[in-house]
Design a protein around this ligand. Structure first.
Ligand SMILES: NCc1[nH]cc(CCC(=O)O)c1CC(=O)O
Length: 314
């Protein structure tokens, strides 16, 4: 193969991620030409509705997948946390890359960190996972919806609509945006558990051995182990992004630890659990943790969370 085509969204973060993969592939395979094919997805067009209401995951990938299935592109680079668990026939998850910083972060023009936010401060996020964990720490906060790509969200912060906003540290670091705001403060995983797959890239590929072989140089063993555990956990809970689920696994040498939290969007009821094992347990640990929270009533709680999310919040 001489030329590999990457289907990509046009947002700054998507372009950064696709350019990164292009550069890495061209470095690993001298002589290979990699080209970006930029397209709009439904998720890029609908900017004013919370994602939980319009179907969430899949919204940002469908058009890219269609291009691959038509043979117009070979791969698509996604933030793994936005990648659905199942793929259309003919496509698969070919690569999981090394993770950036997995933590969420608080950005503000006025306050240095969560602890400094005054009573009743207005915090922007549309993620139910972030809303739940923020309100459980600080029930006094006022959570306001905030959509749009990373750059749009920072612009809205600077326009003064919010005292602070919450974004993934990975996106800020990749785009080099930390200096755009006065305060940028990553939030400890003890306070906010990140989303499944956060900070890794997932490369979706056409089911073709040559393509798979070319892109496989970007696989990261630790990221594969960690995100497998996280994705298994979410799959067993049948949680889309309409439901508040935080789950994060981390390997330390041969040791593997995972913790998760699920609950109601206002943080008033939550189930939180953790488990440890060895690295080799990565095939079972996510499922085992899911069973543990299911035994504590997680499915019923998530059903209530979903009803509340769809009816009351937005
Ligand atoms: N939901 C959108 C999204 N998908 C991936 C990232 C950031 C990068 C990453 O987590 O890999 C973001 C923005 C955000 O949540 O702040």
């Amino acid at each position: 193969m001489k030329k590999l085509i990457i289907a990509t969204r046009g947002s700054k973060l998507a372009l950064w991620q696709s350019e990164f993969v292009k550069a890495e592939l061209e470095k690993a395979h001298p002589g290979l030409e990699v080209e970006l094919s930029v397209m709009m997805t439904k998720g890029d067009k609908i900017l004013d509705t919370p994602l939980a209401k319009i179907g969430g995951k899949g919204l940002f990938t469908k058009e890219l997948e269609e291009a691959m299935l038509r043979g117009e592109a070979h791969i698509a680079v996604h933030s793994l946390k936005d990648v659905p668990m199942e793929f259309p026939k003919g496509l698969k998850l070919g690569v999981i890359t090394k993770r950036e910083d997995v933590r969420d972060a608080m950005l503000s023009e006025k306050y240095g960190c969560l602890e400094e936010l005054p009573q009743g401060a207005v915090v922007g996020t549309t993620s139910l996972r972030r809303r739940m964990q923020l309100l459980s720490l600080r029930p006094d906060l006022v959570i306001k919806n905030l959509r749009g790509n990373v750059n749009t969200r920072i612009r809205k912060l600077k326009e003064g609509e919010f005292d602070a906003i919450i974004l993934a540290t990975a996106g800020i670091n990749r785009l080099g945006l930390a200096s755009e705001v006065r305060y940028f403060s990553p939030i400890s995983k003890e306070h906010i558990i990140p989303a499944s797959g956060q900070a890794a890239l997932g490369i979706e590929i056409v089911d073709d051995a040559e393509v798979e072989d070319l892109v496989s140089v970007l696989n990261d063993a630790d990221a594969i182990v960690e995100t497998m555990v996280e994705r298994d956990f979410v799959t067993l809970l049948e949680g889309g992004c309409q439901v508040p689920i935080g789950v994060n696994a981390q390997v330390f040498g041969d040791f593997l630890h995972v913790k998760a939290i699920i609950g109601l969007p206002d943080g008033s009821e939550m189930i939180s659990e953790a488990m440890s094992g060895t690295r080799a347990d990565f095939v079972t640990l996510g499922k085992a943790l899911a069973q543990k929270v299911i035994d504590k009533g997680a499915k019923e709680l998530l059903e209530r969370a979903e009803k509340i999310a769809l009816s009351e919040i937005f």
